[in-house]
Design a binder for this molecule. Structure first.
Ligand code: OKP
Ligand code: ZN
Length: 353
């Protein structure tokens, strides 16, 4: 399995996020990716490459899942933030006011001139700092997803997009949950554009992939499946319930498998079996796995209890689906263990194909 890693990831390096009324150090740190790279060098799975994608190709791929007004906002956000006040150059941009668009309480069709207002319009939480290098880092990650999808389109059994910031919380026109561009959705759309008729997304991150669900919710050509902490108690709270089955043409093509905080490997595996059965029934031509390792027992912000050796089994079970697969790195905040857990999963997959 080839790995495409993002050489620009460390340009995104948040200082603090809002947590329970105070600012705490960011959980989503550059070292996460370094630990995976180190483990991949210790236990190689295949070539380690940078994506080699042109700006124009990348723009087209990003435009396949994100709105033009959102990407224009992200591209200029840092300069606008600093223009508000030169002292802002010393701190990250964090949203603080939101339009509650889904309750129709505020207009979201009119683009505010005020930057603070637009920062809120295009986001859903105050845990996702944006800084000078965010846009370049996020683009570098999207390029990894595009390159990995192309690798599978070219006939490879699998490929790995190793990137941060993560992506599965980013929607058509919103960022949040440390995510700015939805790398997994870009991979899925690339597979569709490359001629794969039915693409499945299997999100195994602890948190519900609300961005990915939203992007594909009304489509029958992309099945989205997610196993995650029950949104009744777990982030991102406002999406991810079992009764969300898709809408319009997409009805029946979204499957949420929420599990209570504290769930262990046995019950988690039963959910994975259900997920894989759904992907079988869908007859997927290709699979994208937003691969979060925050289901680990030692994760500081999550609540499942998977152990390092369990990830080998997870990889084997995903391989048994028998579908060409793009893995996209997502969460996992037990930084020292995230590399071992990621490579355990990918090695388990490779050993069983
Ligand atoms: C991103 B990904 C926990 C605070 C939650 C946001 C978590 C984003 C997770 N109490 N902050 O899905 O790994
Ligand atoms: Zn997560």
């Amino acid at each position: 399995m080839k790995t495409f890693h993002n050489p620009h990831h460390a340009l995104h390096q948040g200082r603090e996020e809002m947590f329970r009324g105070r600012m705490v150090p960011c959980h989503e740190v550059p070292a996460r990716l370094d630990f995976v790279l180190t483990e991949l060098q210790r236990r190689p799975l295949g070539e380690l490459l940078t994506p080699g994608i042109s700006d124009a190709e990348l723009d087209t791929a990003i435009a396949g899942v994100h709105s033009a007004r959102y990407t224009a906002f992200l591209a200029g956000a840092w300069d606008e933030w600093v223009a508000m006040d030169p002292a802002n150059a010393q701190r990250d941009a964090l949203p603080s006011v939101w339009p509650l668009g889904n309750r129709h309480a505020f207009r979201t069709d009119v683009l505010p001139q005020n930057f603070t207002a637009r920062l809120g319009l295009f986001s859903f939480d105050s845990g996702s700092p944006l800084m000078a290098g965010t846009w370049a880092a996020a683009r570098g990650g999207a390029a990894c997803a595009l390159a990995a999808a192309r690798e599978v389109l070219g006939g490879a059994r699998s490929a790995f997009a190793l990137t941060r910031p993560p992506g599965h919380h980013a929607g058509p026109d919103f960022f949040g949950g440390y995510c700015f561009l939805n790398n997994a959705a870009i991979a899925a759309q690339t597979l569709r554009d490359g001629g794969q008729q039915r693409v499945a997304v299997l999100d195994v991150d602890y948190h519900h992939g609300n961005g990915t669900q939203t992007i594909f919710y009304e489509r029958a050509d992309v099945l989205t499946v997610s196993i995650h902490g029950d949104p009744a108690t777990e982030y991102p709270f406002f999406l991810g319930h079992a009764d969300e089955r898709g809408a319009g043409a997409g009805l029946g093509f979204n499957l949420n498998l929420p599990l209570p905080r504290g769930t262990g490997f046995e019950a988690w595996c039963a959910a994975l079996d259900t997920a894989i059965d759904a992907i079988d029934d869908f007859n997927a031509d290709a699979l994208v796995v937003p691969m979060g390792l925050d289901t680990f027992e030692g994760d500081p912000i999550s609540g499942f209890t998977l152990k390092s050796e369990d990830y080998d089994t997870v990889g084997r079970m995903i391989a048994a689906a028998g579908v060409p697969t793009v893995f996209v790195f997502e969460g996992g905040y037990a930084v020292a263990e995230v590399g071992v857990n990621a490579v355990n999963l990918l090695e388990g997959f490779c050993r069983s194909i």
